[in-house]
Design a protein around this ligand. Structure first.
Ligand code: F6P
Length: 180
């Protein structure tokens, strides 16, 4: 029997995924400044996303990802991902907390919004009809692994039309939710 090396390695402690087929992008603040009530004036990297898949973009195939969300505050509003629904509502997703302290904001198609706490070892099943956004409520990188069907797609426009029901702030060390 032939034994070979894996083509991809997810270095959990360093939060890096390495391999020829791994894609990575860094999101700069100016690309997401519109999300915040009071935007910053500088332009730091706010999050990095790694993803890996193999084979065709067909239902049944899977994608693995890692999001590293920086502890960048817009005054006292917490850093967040853009957030999205899946284009294909039959496609669920699993999130897996690796490090840091965060919230997974979830929203149904009627706009009802709630959150799950995210920390090392937390596991989150996100149904195909539920929008999802990560929020870093800590002072260190929030690192979250994810597995989802390659064919899920990202629907960002639905979020632009109807934003998540709450903004998340940290004031005097306490997390506060403000209804939109
Ligand atoms: O695209 P968003 O909503 O900013 O989220 C960041 C990334 O998190 C994932 O849900 C998991 O890595 C990706 O699909 C997505 O691109």
């Amino acid at each position: 029997m032939k034994v070979i090396e894996p083509e991809v390695i997810h270095h959990i402690a360093d939060s890096v995924i390495e391999g020829e087929k791994v894609e990575k992008y860094s999101k700069k603040y100016h690309e997401v400044a519109y999300l915040y009530e009071q935007p910053r004036e500088d332009d730091p990297i706010v999050y990095e996303v790694y993803s890996y898949s193999k084979g065709e973009n067909i239902l049944g195939n899977l994608q693995w990802g890692l999001t590293v969300l920086k502890p960048v505050y817009s005054f006292d509003e917490c850093n967040m991902t853009k957030g999205h629904f899946h284009e294909n509502k039959d496609c669920a997703e699993i999130y897996f907390g690796i490090a840091g302290e965060g919230l997974l904001l979830l929203m149904d198609e009627d706009g009802e919004t709630w959150a799950e706490k995210v920390y090392e070892g937390s596991l989150h099943h996100i149904a195909g009809t539920i929008a999802h956004r990560l929020v870093n409520i800590g002072e260190t990188d929030l690192k979250v692994g994810a597995c989802w069907p390659t064919a899920a797609g990202h629907d960002y426009q639905a979020i632009e039309r109807k934003e998540f029901g709450y903004r998340v702030f940290k004031r005097n060390g306490e997390v506060k939710f403000i209804k939109r």
